[in-house]
Design a protein around this ligand. Sequence first.
Ligand code: RB5
Length: 151
Amino acid sequence: MRIAIGSDHAGFRLKEELKQRLIELGHEVKDFGTNSEKAVDYPDIAFRVAREVSEGNFERGILICGTGIGMCIAANKVAGIRAALCWDERTAELSRKHNDSNILCLGGRVLSKREAMRITEVWLITKFEGNRHLRRVRKIMEFEQRINKSD
Ligand code: RB5
């Protein structure tokens, strides 16, 4: 799978570890920064990754900050993005099955490397269930299109 990944300084270490694991699993991963633990602003990275996913250049995105919350808020401002903050395997699974999430947000300061790996692996293999969930996701996407048109 083609995956865009990004983090701020608080998610940098986890990003590096996760990126390595995803490459080992055979995924094509492009890193949109940051490249050190020097402080940066998470929205800059979130918008970069979210745009890439929204434009169809990558199937999925992964964003990591301290809690995952800031990345999630920012990424969801980009049209076509359904970013999900997941903190365990169950939320990762349901964010795919029910919400068709296309960006996974993780907290580098609140998850262990092992937890983050498991969450990511479940998130990558779980398929959207469609049916009634598709109707609900469509409502969100249609609302977003109406809002953007009235700008
Ligand atoms: C950075 O200190 C921290 O605020 C950021 O990584 C993130 O947790 C924001 O939501």
